[in-house]
Design a protein around this ligand. Sequence first.
Ligand code: DAH
Length: 507
Amino acid sequence: MIGPRCLAGALWRRAGGQSHVKLFLRGGSQLSSSPTQRCWRAAYSSDSAPSLPTDNTTPRTVEINGKTYTTDAWFNVSSTVLALTSRKLHLQKDHPVAITRKIVESVFPGPTYKYYNEFDPVVSTYENFDSLGFPPDHPGRARSDTYYINKDTLLRTHTSAHEAELFRARESGGYLISADVYRRDEVDRSHYPVFHQMEGARVWDRNQVPNGDLAAAIREDLARLPKHNVRVEDPNPPFHPERNPLQAEHHTPEEAAAVAAHLKHSLELMVNEIFSRAKAAAAKQSPVPSPEQQQETEPLRVRWVEAYFPFTSPSWELEVFYQGDWLEVLGCGVSKQELHINAGRPSQIGWAFGIGLERIAMLLFQIPDIRLFWSRDERFLRQFRGVEDDLARLRPFVPFSRHPACYKDVSFWLRGTSAAGGNDRKGVGAADWHANDLMEVVRDVAGDCVENVRLVDEFMHPKTGRRSLCYRINYRSLEKTLTNAETNEMHDRVVSALVERLGVEIR
Ligand code: DAH
């Protein structure tokens, strides 16, 4: 199984590994502010930095995309994140996320595939987790990793949250969903608390195929798909009794093999489309081809890797060899039959996949920092104008400037585990500490002016048993040079917020 939130957010680490991510209203005033304004406000305005909701500051209700929700003690969505629920980058004409969506859609044409691009990000915990067979103790359910509105309602963490409803609706033979998804996470150049995913699925109904021969019907559909010249490494059998089991009580080996073959060929066509476009764009940029680009005429290399997801079996990840590295691109598998049964469609069988769009867009357009996707700066946006309607105009992004970085450290004590810790004020103990809470406070106060945050030192006091942590915060605006005074002021506000909201004691 792959690292957490691969591709700026495609996938979950298997339960038991580290928490699932390596993958964002209260103030109406922030809703429409540009990132530049956010930086400015964070730096200068005394009332602009809304606090991470705690018991006494949690609003009783929040409004998201015109609907009002009642909060409870589970509420943990900061105003900055809430403000992003209305952005819908995947629907903004000529935005790189929207262009990437279009490229994926072009490989899954109608009327077989129907597109769903407008699903609301607020879903139930049932839809996001239970309907997909996530166990009750799955790490993805933790409040440290997921944004909750209340105990039963959250900001979807993946587009799979809509699978059950679309299996039930059965409006077409297949579908694609594109949507914004939300995960509490670390801060760096490839992780952002909101990103976009696409989900795809294809289903067949055993009561509707000629002679009831499902495997034959799926193989016929497979034969009708376009051919490709991708070099595919697929060392594993279609299923494996322990590692990647066939759902033997529901599917014959022939049926599952046929679904898997259709799935794999369809997704090979998709990555071939994406990566051929990425190579072509890179080649247009530099007239003298690099060694990598000389390989352009060589077919794309991909490999299938066994994986695990609670809602598919067998399951795989697809990796693509690009610029000298194997990249994890997507997760997929044969849908668990329980999903179809619970959707009232027991005679349906099919496959599903999920892919993170930002990471793909970063490759396609050579976009170096995930924060750029949220930029309203014309120097960013104008570079993609006209591409959605004419993909041949796709070119790598040309960075407009790289403003200087400035890092600042913050060191603090967590509450001791022993009474000798001597800290009787309200604060976090080591047991309650989660780095994502710190990340959230930093994002909320300094917004997109922070490029990354990392732990640089950690130690335990030998006598008191108290734990001390030191984090390095790298401040760099994408849009302007931050002055020392601005950075200092921002950092002071971050430090105060850490004390107020997380109860740490600054050293
Ligand atoms: N929802 C998964 C994630 O975000 C990705 C995924 C994996 C989607 C397998 C699928 C699938 O539909 O079959 O980590």
